[in-house]
Write a protein that binds this ligand. Structure first.
Ligand code: NAD
Length: 481
């Protein structure tokens, strides 16, 4: 694979430097070394990208889904063919373990392939008539130019699910990935270039977030912004969109409860929890966060879990057997340490971890922590932690568990573990979240709708719902009288 991006932006079919010549250092979170400098744009680059997407929409929106599918499938194969190189770069910029990076790129490739096929199934509807002199149908059409802003925690998966769906739907795109993880975005772009994507159809804008985002919001040619990121920035976009009427899809933060009833295999769940909670260092929007454990098994669970968590290996994502890499930035690490420190002033008890690992001098590392003696008012219950801390709580019965689990402004994912069918049904129906996993830790997939309730967002990505986010419905009523 030949790297052609040279850390630039890709606008209207060409790699270009930012209009004002801005640059940003890219830091390896495991070593704190500067990996290089990336070209870093602003609202001027955003305007160029929107111009290009506008011109390209005229032809791309008229292509067949079969034509678009061929390009998406070639891009998927390019990612698969170059898996080792692109996984290596993802580890460099994000710090995640190589195994997780490989898995994420495989899912990104699958998303391109899945939407290639799903685009062919954007069926409309013929509606049986109530009037003999009319015929009515609904067709789906590409929405227009879409701005896609994504977070760093899944540098390939977050962009891929939105890019693939928008392109399959016949939209053109201005894509602004996170400035923390541009290397993966360059690789996604190169896959599409290699696959023959025409100029201007997807434009890669690596730009200063606030002016770039503002330029996208203020330009009426952009029909929607698909945003994956924090609830804080989601709110900024909602406020802005109320002025400009830009449509929004919002995939925001989470604070997922995990309800563990007393009829489960305690050791097996504790072991699995020690892996699930610390995947990607807890920097996962659907990360299992608040663990509610039935009072009968609380002590046993806490002991087993702490044992497993203390054995997790922290280090560089390239190191064999490492479970937990660094946090993405010094700021992110400090915010997790701050939450933990605050919880201690609230009488929390650290059962294991929570320090800087002694064997690692550089890098934004933290020893995975388990924390007990908490109640609902604790900072670790109220905030999205987005780091390697696992807070434990106890509950009395199903009603108590549901009341505590639902006691959050977030509503993305929730989990429950029980061997009792009645309990499983009642808890799955009672949880106020968009995604519920019963007796499993990964309730998501290319073909499954992914979206949050309450503060966690609006709309869906992935699955057929993800495609329809980028299509407008049109009712056509034909008078034949
Ligand atoms: P963030 O909101 O700080 O940044 C996300 C993206 O928005 C980045 O590309 C950033 O550059 C951009 N951005 C920042 N300020 C902006 C502004 N004023 N206008 C427009 N764009 C702006 O979030 P983050 O720290 O990168 O990511 C972590 C958050 O993302 C967590 O809350 C996590 O739960 C959430 N997340 C949600 C999902 C989901 O599917 N629900 C998936 C991944 C991450």
């Amino acid at each position: 694979m030949q790297a052609s991006h040279q850390n630039k932006q890709f606008i209207n079919g060409t790699w270009i430097t930012a209009v004002d010549g801005g640059e940003l250092p890219l830091v390896n979170p495991a070593t704190e070394e500067i990996l290089g400098h990336i070209s870093f744009g602003n609202e001027k680059d955003a305007a160029l990208a929107i111009d290009a997407a506008e011109a390209a929409f005229k032809t791309w929106s008229k292509t067949t889904p079969y034509y678009r599918a061929e390009i998406l499938k070639k891009a998927a194969n390019y990612l698969r063919d170059n898996l080792e190189t692109i996984a290596h770069d993802m580890v460099l910029e994000s710090g995640k373990p190589l195994l997780e990076a490989r898995g994420e790129w495989t899912v990104a490739a699958n998303l391109f392939e899945w939407y290639a096929e799903e685009g062919k199934r954007a069926y409309g509807r013929v509606i049986p008539t109530s009037r003999i002199d009319k015929r009515s149908s609904v067709i789906l059409q590409p929405m227009g130019i879409i701005g896609i802003i994504t977070a760093w925690n899944f540098p390939a998966y977050n962009p891929a699910r939105a890019w693939a769906a928008a392109l399959a739907a016949g939209c053109t795109v201005v894509a602004k990935p996170s400035e923390n993880t541009p290397l993966s975005a360059y690789h996604l772009m190169e896959a599409l270039i290699h696959a023959g994507l025409p100029p201007g159809v997807l434009n890669l804008l690596i730009a200063d977030a606030a002016p770039g985002g503002e330029a996208m919001l203020n330009d009426k040619r952009l029909k929607k912004i698909s945003f994956t990121g924090s609830a804080r920035v989601g709110k900024i976009l909602m406020d802005g969109a109320s002025r400009t009427h830009t449509k929004l899809s919002l995939e925001l933060g989470g604070n997922a409860p995990v309800v563990i009833f007393d009829d489960v295999d305690v050791d097996a769940i504790a072991k699995a929890a020690s892996i699930a909670r610390f995947r990607n260092n807890g920097q996962v929007c659907v990360a299992p966060q608040r663990f509610y454990v039935h009072k009968n098994i609380y002590d046993q669970f806490a002991e087993r879990l702490s044992g497993y968590v203390s054995q997790l290996k922290v280090g560089s994502g390239f190191e064999e057997g490492v479970n937990v890499g660094p946090l993405i930035t010094a700021r992110q690490r400090d915010s997790v340490f701050d939450l933990l420190t605050k919880s201690k002033t609230e009488r929390a008890e650290v059962l294991t971890g929570g320090n800087r690992p002694e064997h690692l001098e550089k890098g934004y590392f933290m020893q995975p922590a388990v924390v007990g003696n908490l109640d609902q008012s604790s900072s670790l219950a109220r905030n999205e932690i987005f780091g390697p801390v696992l807070p434990l709580f106890s509950f009395d019965d199903l009603d108590d568990a549901l009341a505590k689990a639902n006691d959050t402004e977030y509503g993305l994912a929730a989990y429950a573990f029980t061997d009792n069918l009645k309990t499983a049904i009642k808890v799955s129906e009672g949880l106020e979240f968009g995604i519920v996993g019963i007796n499993e830790w990964a309730p998501h997939g290319t073909e499954l709708p992914f979206g949050g309730w309450k503060y966690s967002g609006q709309g869906h990505e992935s699955g057929s719902e993800g495609l329809y986010e980028y299509m407008e419905k049109k009712l056509i009523s034909i008078g034949i009288g």
